[in-house]
Design a protein around this ligand. Structure first.
Ligand SMILES: *[C@@H]1O[C@H](CO)[C@@H](O)[C@H](O)[C@H]1NC(C)=O
Ligand SMILES: *[C@@H]1O[C@H](CO)[C@@H](O)[C@H](O)[C@H]1NC(C)=O
Ligand SMILES: *[C@@H]1O[C@H](CO)[C@@H](O)[C@H](O)[C@H]1NC(C)=O
Length: 377
């Protein structure tokens, strides 16, 4: 096992790339499991295909990106902002550990312990699935928890939600859909990401908890999947945010970091098939689950969700797009224009998607019942 020269911090480089970095001697490895899902193995009473996705890292030796840090230090005015910057910048100051193979203990499984079949790559990433029997109780969110016992002392547990083959999957974007990020404004993105408390978009926690309650009452087994172009380094912060804001617990699907990703903004904006590919992954695991997809007009959610709705029309019950407002009037005019939606949802029936500005106006009963009516005025 060795520490990779790959700098995770490259991900937030705005200016020049920093060089490689060595980990401090004796640094403690940290295992971060990103919350995942398990799918039932057909025809078995208690066998599940459990996904494990995460990273093994050590603290980085040097400042990941001095230029970005200097910029952020200028923006940080109050003591609170300075403290937040210190904490959040630290999330990015890690290096990957290559060739680590994780033993994992799963208390809810009679086998108790498994070793993940693949080793970490040169960014510290592990991405593996194991078939195990699950007989123990799940937590109150329907998840099993696990731990990796051997690496370092810094043990953070992981979890996987047991998602049944039939039911409704709510695929939700994060930035500007549930969390205020103001993606259209680079300075505001930096402030929201590094300096300010994460803040929920008005009405969204209630929309999601109502949806969860109503779908559950209809025995439609809702599962939430938070899908974002943000780097995985934000996972802990985003999970804390969704929990504190009252969003239902769920899987997080975030971006891997790699040397190719030179700009922090590449993660949040810009064209990519990332979301389409990740939703296709979900569909291949859960080919019979219905999809409700929720996003916003700031990035490419309409286009991405439109692709899926054309590929799998029978699975998509509703697409809801939050029309962003108050960031950049000129850009928003184009982003929220009928012409844009016409192209994005070409071939998608008009009763399968709508846009909204105020989540509290959305008819949750209809959405839970499988309809997709536009919100009340
Ligand atoms: C695990 O289960 C999946 C789904 O049934 C199956 O496709 C795969 O071959 C199994 N893997 C192993 C190692 O048994
Ligand atoms: C999906 O439904 C079909 C038809 O009912 C069934 O044959 C298939 O096994 C189901 N797939 C899964 C993964 O449950
Ligand atoms: C991350 O990278 C791994 C390995 O290349 C890949 O299997 C996985 O799909 C990627 N995940 C995401 C969320 O991009």
């Amino acid at each position: 096992m060795r520490v990779s020269a790959t700098s995770f911090a490259v991900a937030c480089t705005i200016g020049a790339l920093t060089g490689t970095q060595a980990a401090p001697i004796g640094a403690v490895e940290r295992v971060t499991f990103v919350d995942q899902v398990a799918s039932r193995i057909p025809g078995t009473p208690d066998s599940w295909h459990v996904n494990f996705h995460g990273y093994v890292t050590v603290p980085a030796h040097s400042t990941p990106d001095p230029f970005l840090l200097t910029t952020l230090q200028v923006f940080a005015k109050t003591d609170e902002e300075k403290a937040t910057l210190k904490e959040r910048y630290g999330w990015f100051a890690v290096s990957g550990v290559e060739d680590a193979q994780l033993p994992v203990t799963i208390p809810a499984s009679p086998s108790k312990a498994v070793t993940l079949p693949t080793k970490t790559d040169n960014t510290g990433l592990f991405d593996a699935a194991v078939n195990v029997s699950i007989t123990g109780p799940t937590d109150k969110h329907g998840a099993i928890t696990f731990k990796s016992q051997t690496l370092g002392q810094d043990q953070v547990g992981g979890m996987a939600y047991l998602v049944e083959p039939e039911g409704v999957s709510i695929i939700s974007d994060i930035d500007d859909t549930i969390k205020i990020t103001e993606v259209l404004d680079k300075v505001k993105v930096l402030k929201h990401t590094f300096l300010q408390p994460f803040e929920a978009v008005y009405g969204m926690p209630k929309l999601y908890t109502d949806l969860q309650t109503k779908l559950s009452a209809l025995n439609k087994r809702p599962a939430f999947h938070y899908l974002s172009r943000s780097p995985w380094t934000l996972f802990g912060g985003l999970k804390d945010f969704t929990t504190a804001a009252g969003f239902p617990a769920g899987q997080f699907i975030l971006r891997n970091l790699s040397l190719k990703d030179r700009s922090f903004f590449d993660f949040l904006v810009g064209g990519s098939s990332f979301k389409v590919d990740r939703i296709r992954d979900h569909i291949s695991l859960f080919p019979n689950r219905t999809l409700i997809m929720i996003g916003d007009s700031g990035e490419l959610d309409p286009e991405s969700y439109g692709v899926i709705a054309r590929e799998k029309p029978q699975l998509v019950s509703c697409i809801a797009i939050r029309a962003i407002q108050g960031q950049d009037a000129a850009v928003e005019k184009t982003k929220n224009s009928p012409e844009r939606y016409q192209i994005a949802f070409d071939g998608v029936p008009k009763d399968k998607w709508f846009t909204f500005t105020d989540a509290s106006k959305i008819n949750v009963d209809e959405m839970a019942a499988g309809k997709c009516g536009p919100p009340a005025l």
